[in-house]
Design a protein around this ligand. Structure first.
Ligand code: AP5
Ligand code: ZN
Length: 214
């Protein structure tokens, strides 16, 4: 399957991705995770992306299109993939269409993580992540066994630099202005399924599985 996950910051894309990935043996391509790794490693890409990310603005279409183009060539992505955080502009969606057309492939489903903005601040400001695995926790909704420590490796958890109430406002603004039109773009193709993303994680997983098995 070839899937796209679209939703505002904190809507649960990164939480559901590992579950869907394991269930359907897909590769998980998260542009935000890839960009954060590039920033941490201070690569030329990371240096270009850092400022926009810290302000909660989108990085340029060219940068992310190149990352995805490269990543989709991996053998592990040939059977199918989950795009988490891409495409985020209509230009990115059009570029993705071109890439897929070359391979004779198409998107099977776009999962729309529909949720009210008001819920997102608490989710974002309580999030803790384990950077190397991408595992995500929440102080209230998904607490680790030991506070500040990854359940599996025992390594320390960190908070994302853009996970403040202030930067969230810009991220939401970018979502409504630049990414919501992408949902309409795919609606006209008849591939969008909307989820009740405000529900607890397990219930969202059930909705996802129902959509993908129908
Ligand atoms: P990115 O990393 O994609 O961030 P985002 O879209 O803002 O999304 P988040 O990762 O914040 O939310 P999520 O939906 O994954 O939430 P999660 O599951 O972790 O992008 C970051 C930046 O990179 C962008 O601002 C931009 O600068 C740049 N960028 C990336 N892609 C780009 C692109 N294509 N073009 C241009 N720029 C790009 O959940 C959040 C919290 O809530 C967690 O703590 C979790 O435990 C908890 N939680 C999850 N689900 C539930 C639930 N159902 N109930 C209760 N709590 C829950
Ligand atoms: Zn995420």
């Amino acid at each position: 399957k070839r899937l796209i996950l679209i939703g505002p910051p904190g809507s649960g894309k990164g939480t559901q991705s590992p579950i869907i990935k394991d269930e359907y043996c897909l590769c998980h391509l998260a542009t935000g995770d890839m960009l954060r790794a590039a920033v941490a490693a201070k690569t030329p890409l990371g240096i270009k992306a850092k400022e926009a990310m810290n302000k909660g603005e989108l990085v340029s279409d060219d940068l992310v299109v190149d990352i995805i183009d490269e990543a989709m060539k991996k053998p592990s992505c040939q059977k199918g993939f989950i795009l988490d955080g891409f495409p985020r502009t209509v230009v990115q969606a059009e570029k993705l269409d071109e890439m897929l057309q070359k391979q004779g492939a198409k998107i099977d489903k776009v999962l729309n993580f529909a949720i009210d903005d008001a819920i997102l601040e608490e989710r974002i400001t309580g999030r803790w992540i384990h950077p190397s695995s991408g595992r995500t926790y929440h102080t209230k909704f998904q607490p680790p066994k030991v506070p500040g420590v990854d359940d599996v490796t025992g390594e320390p958890l960190i908070q994302r630099k853009d996970d403040t109430a202030e930067v969230l406002k810009s991220r939401l603004d970018a979502f409504h202005r630049q990414t919501e039109p992408v949902i309409n773009y795919y609606s006209t193709k008849g591939v969008v399924a909307s989820l009740h993303a405000e529900k607890p994680p397990k219930e969202v997983t059930t909705e996802v599985k129902n959509v993908l098995s129908s």
